[in-house]
Ligand binder design. Sequence first.
Ligand code: 5AD
Ligand code: FES
Length: 357
Amino acid sequence: MISPLSLVDKLRANGTLSRSEFACLIEGRNPQVAERLFERAQEVRHRVYGKDIFLRGLIEFTNHCKNDCLYCGIRKSNLEADRYRLSLKEILSCCEQGYELGFRTFVLQGGEDPHYTDDRMVEIVKAIKNGYPDCAITLSLGERSRESYRRLFAAGAERYLLRHETRNEAHYAKLHPANMSLRARLDCLQNLMDIGYQVGCGFMVGSPGQTTDCLVDDLLFIKEFKPHMVGIGPFIAHKDTPFANEPSGALELTVFLLGILRLIDPKLLLPATTALGTISPTGREKGVMAGANVIMPNLSPVGVRNKYLLYDNKICTGDEAAECRFCIQRRMRDIGYDIAVTRGDYAGLTGEARQAI
Ligand code: 5AD
Ligand code: FES
């Protein structure tokens, strides 16, 4: 049996491990193993992206959702949620403010809200692209048809975030109602990839029922699917969901997995997520030190921020966009990193990616 410490080196050399080796690395982790992992993760990440941190301006434009995921605070059964939608004008004003602050990627995120038909979304994407041709548009709107994804790509959206949540069938069924399926989720991800999007998948760490086996399923899936981005963050309970009393995912395990992901694909775009910053005041810094290279500060209008609550105690809900932007810059400088005013594409991608359609 290889020691977890040597498994770190093996992972660095090969970019992957066997199922049992991944399990052994996760279960056998300790501070010494983590230190070695983070050293290696930083080495490869510096080789690809230097000391740059990419910013994404997150615009949470609707908290209406037709789904009922058991973990999520904006699930349709949560009658306590104060629902809102942003108008095109409000979205564009977030972009204007974001552009001035140096954001060159806008992420439009929302629940699965049928109000935003393809026609409406195409109009929004085109308006942003028209006003900010040098910016990338990322969509995070959940599951839609292949045709819908195709139209949005043609309108100018180049990236799409759709977390797979868990690659384990039984675990997926514990987290979601019966009308949702892992198959449908994976089909969407494949469609996005085929169309030519830069695709982000991801999962929560420590969600109810998650085992080491589930995590290994996630890692092997990511190795095979080759996404451009992977968003992971700790599960955090929301008081008005069926998981209200479930414990949060651990900071330590989340950053350990970030280190593993960086070694699986040195080019990966890996955010230090808001959820990581929520379970620990220095969570995002620890994420970056473990191999993350992206931060997604909130650009939503302050008036709606405390309404887009997927989990309890979310940070930054009272702060202006500019405050977050400069707070992040300060935090990154303190640990030796710089904010890059660029689109921050996946390393090595050329304009040709857009012709994949
Ligand atoms: N805790 C942490 N992350 C959550 N998400 C949804 N609910 C929670 C929660 N309670 C994550 C999901 C989703 C992303 C937008 O936010 O992974 O894909
Ligand atoms: Fe909205 Fe899950 S409750 S996507």
